[in-house]
Design a protein around this ligand. Structure first.
Ligand code: ADP
Length: 171
């Protein structure tokens, strides 16, 4: 099942929320900053420990930490592609973010997951194109598993919300 909402992803009631992180897992601005502020320093330590073992989280890949002070069962961190004009495999890499995060959610037995609009902030991915990739990828992935997982797209800005609404056919 796919759901759409407008607001701050840290308020989502999903089992697990997804963070649009950077490869160093250092916490930055945008949704990353909001999640780190709400979850607190525990996840900074978890991210540091992960980085010291794995060096970096490559673009398109995903990993999970606890949710720190947040009530969720975990936070899945994924690194969206930086928009480079569409010539650097950005669509594929963005799709991988959604697929890899969904895999982690399924593997951990979660029944709901909330995604922000990955890469559409400072990484500059055109919003309409990013929404097409996000929705198409999630719909394909869910396939016959629609009943097993509730996927929420949590838009923070009105423009993304309107784009998602028009693609998903809600009014
Ligand atoms: P990226 O580097 O992947 O572009 P950003 O955090 O800059 O990441 O932006 C990704 C999206 O997250 C943008 O559409 C932005 O509006 C949105 N966003 C920012 N803060 C929040 C929040 N608290 N909850 C949900 N989405 C957010």
């Amino acid at each position: 099942m796919i759901k759409l909402s407008l607001g701050d992803i840290t308020n989502s009631t999903a089992d697990v929320i997804v963070n649009a992180a950077n490869s160093a897992l250092r916490g930055g601005g945008g949704v990353d900053g909001a999640i780190h502020r709400a979850a607190g320093p525990i996840i900074v330590e978890e991210c540091k420990a992960w980085i010291s073992k794995n060096k970096e989280l490559p673009t398109g890949k995903a990993m999970m930490t606890s949710a720190g002070k947040l009530p969720h069962k975990g936070i899945i961190h994924t690194v969206g592609p930086m928009w480079e004009g569409g010539v650097a495999n950005e669509d594929q890499l963005l799709a991988e973010c959604y697929i890899n995060a969904l895999h982690i959610a399924f593997e951990n037995g979660f029944s709901s997951i909330a995604f922000p609009n990955i890469s559409t902030g400072v990484y500059g991915f055109p919003k309409r194109d990013a929404a097409d990739v996000a929705i198409c990828t999630v719909q394909n992935f869910l396939g016959s598993r629609k009943e097993q997982m509730k996927v929420s797209f949590v838009c923070f800005d009105d423009e993304n919300f309107e784009i998602y609404k028009s693609i998903l056919g809600e009014d």
